[in-house]
Design a protein around this ligand. Structure first.
Ligand code: PLP
Length: 391
């Protein structure tokens, strides 16, 4: 243990030289890098939303807001959830937060005791693991694979249940895999959750971004699930609002007051300017979401076609804006592959290990560059793959 780590709380489990930081540092020293790394849309927040934020600032939206969030915004969130087939929430059962990620830590700290188990999909969005660790709980990884297109099934959940199981995290569509759990499977999983008295955190932040005929079944709307589900979402992805830092969670009336109190202790309230912008996003024209979805869809097709040509298999991306590809045939492991692709081809993508990939076979590519840059990334990738194959 070094001098520095001995001064940290034992709950802090540092990973050696965090991969994202290392990749970012390498990328910063290179010219013309094509960034398919972070899940941050290259598209700007739609103009009418920015305008609402500007107007709100001009009109004095510079103060703390209601601890749960601006009432009009919570009403708009409730209406929006219901409009897309979700549960009918009352505004007092919704808490606005500085991003969905913040919400994960609030929920974990409010609900998990040391020793409790929280099941998370693996690969899956990694901060859930960190939130569980901070709460002193045990993370139980539900390992998924290409066989189920990286979707969690009811059987998998059942196989991981112990007397200490308390929470199940479902992320639909999932990050990093971009896969959507079929509605019928979500319903089966819900039955297991009821049988074993689990709380479900249903992360539906990408639910407006699905492709083809794939749709997301909101968990809280299923029979008997409202009282045991916390729906987590936010404005970052569907409205390209990552930098505004605004998200929310919604849950049953018996849990929300305590969760709201913890959120208040952490955040006091979410930035007022962002709340006004979010209100404009949810109550204004929705064609901007469809326009962005169509842009990601085209990028997805181009990237997938290129990967097929390169002989690189991938999970069928059905939602979100990621492609999860299997680079094991290169024979060097996904982590080294990413590093070489970055240094030799100036293309940034992340190894699946960041998201709990237990094989070091997969990489995540974000669809956050225009089609021309994605084509250029494929050309560069081919050159690096050819070099590796020739070694
Ligand atoms: N949930 C998932 C699955 C994500 O991928 C992300 C961000 O990438 C978040 C939640 C958090 O988003 P934000 O904190 O920007 O709302």
């Amino acid at each position: 243990m070094t001098e520095a780590t001995s001064r940290l709380a034992t709950r802090v489990k540092l990973k050696d030289a965090h991969l994202v930081t290392r990749m970012t540092d390498i990328a910063e020293g290179l010219p013309d890098v094509i960034k398919l790394g972070r899940g941050d849309p290259d598209l700007d927040t739609p103009a009418h939303i920015i305008k609402a934020g500007q107007e709100a600032l001009a009109n004095g939206a510079t103060h703390y807001m209601h601890p749960l969030g601006m009432p009009a915004l919570r009403r708009a969130i409730a209406d929006n959830i219901a409009a897309y087939g979700g549960a009918r929430y009352e505004p007092e059962n919704i808490v606005v937060t500085p991003g969905g990620q913040h919400a994960m830590f609030v929920i974990a700290l409010a609900l998990l005791n040391p020793g409790d188990e929280i099941m998370v999909p693996c690969p899956g969005y990694n901060p859930y693991h960190q939130a569980a660790e901070m709460a002193g709980a045990e993370t139980v990884h539900i390992r998924t694979s290409m066989e189920t297109n990286f979707c969690v099934t009811a059987e998998m959940v059942r196989a991981h249940i112990t007397p200490r199981s308390k929470i199940l995290v479902l992320i639909n569509p999932n990050n990093p895999t971009g896969t959507v759990t079929p509605p019928a499977e979500v319903a089966r999983i819900a039955e297991v959750a009821k049988e074993h008295d689990l709380i479900v955190i249903s992360d539906e932040i990408y639910s407006r971004l699905t492709y083809g005929n794939h749709t997301v079944q909101p968990v809280a709307a299923l029979p008997g699930m409202f009282e045991r589900t916390i729906t987590l979402s936010g404005m970052s992805k569907a409205y390209a609002m990552t930098g505004w830092r605004i998200g929310y969670f919604a849950g049953p009336p018996d849990l929300i007051p305590a969760l709201a109190e913890i959120n208040h202790a952490f955040a006091i309230s979410t930035a007022s300017v962002s709340q006004h912008a979010a209100l404009a996003a949810l109550t204004g024209p929705q064609d901007c979401v469809e326009d962005m979805r169509a842009i990601y869809d085209e990028r997805r097709r181009v990237l997938c076609a290129g990967l097929t040509e390169l002989g690189i298999p991938y999970a069928e991306p059905q939602g979100a804006f990621y492609v999860y590809a299997d680079v094991s045939k290169t024979g060097i492991g996904a982590t080294l592959f990413c590093e070489r692709l970055l240094r030799e081809g100036q293309v940034l993508m992340y190894p699946g290990g960041i998201y709990g990939d237990y094989t070091d076979d997969f990489v995540r590519m974000s669809l956050t560059q225009p089609v021309a840059r994605i084509r250029e990334a494929l050309t560069r990738m081919k050159a690096v793959v050819d070099t590796i194959r020739a070694e």
